[in-house]
Design a binder for this molecule. Sequence first.
Ligand code: AQP
Length: 325
Amino acid sequence: MRVFSGIQPTGAIHIGNYLGAIRQWIELQDKNECIFCIVDLHALTSPYDPAKLENSILEKAIVYLAAGVNPEKSVIFIQSQVKEHTELTWLLNTVTPLGDLGRMTQFKEKSKKFKENVNAGLLNYPVLMAADILLYQTEIVPVGEDQKQHVELARTIARKFNQKFGETFKIPEAKISETGKRIMSLSYPAKKMSKTDPSESRIDIFDSPEKIKEKIMRAVTDTGKSIKYDLKKKPGISNLLTIYSLLANKTIEELEKKFEKKGYAEFKKTLANAVIDALDPFRKKQQEFLSRDVYVKTILEQGKKRAQLIAGSTMADVRKKMGLS
Ligand code: AQP
């Protein structure tokens, strides 16, 4: 099966991105043809510093490699280096219903979050994402729950295009992890953990042990004392239990039992150590890749070439079907 997914190079990659998306990528890459992209064109829709973008892209490539994406099995490349993404976006715009774009949750949320910068790119973001996915004749899109609506729209766009111009695109399907689909903010457990929120609300995958401890000890919990999974009454503790369970490979029931007679402070201390242990190999690999930037750049260059081959072939078909020479 062909798999495609990506992450924006804005901000630092956190455990929400890892547990919702990257962990699925690693599982999928053994038996599928995987393409993982650093979606820099998407990142331009939110305020950013052009002088820092290149470095931020390289950092994300290092995250992919440090977290276990294997460049011998998977293609890793930078979205803006394959021009077919922007070309296909324009063409897909012509079959995308405008009303659908205005209804997207992410558009509504980001328009509120960045009131000073509600640009047309923010509205068209899902069309670029549809182009990313459809260019590679993708069958599986491993993402967090927040991206489900965008994958649904990519399916709608693909169907509309196929109906109007003849069978061209495969219809992709979102793959959403049952347990890691929505890791919540440490400061506001009702909101998802997010790259563009303040640093104390999330754990970044390269955070130092001291930072991890500090953030977890300050994480918002709930009234009461028990360590019980209850999304409605105890969203803070439930989120911490989910993080613990996924990073330490223990069931929620096991953890509830382990902390049956313990208080929040002890739970948080043990959780902090578990998170530090789980992220330790990533920090070590990060150091290794930081000193091998030529190797990382070569991987991105090779990835670009492999991506261009597939994207170019899809675009040739699209252009022909749409009557463009
Ligand atoms: N909290 C989360 N829990 C589970 N999965 C998540 N993802 C994001 N947040 C969580 C998934 O991570 C992938 C990469 O996301 P992205 O960079 O393309 O954009 P995003 O969804 O906008 O990521 P952030 O971290 O939330 O950044 P901002 O602050 O820009 O909104 C996607 O598969 C996403 O579902």
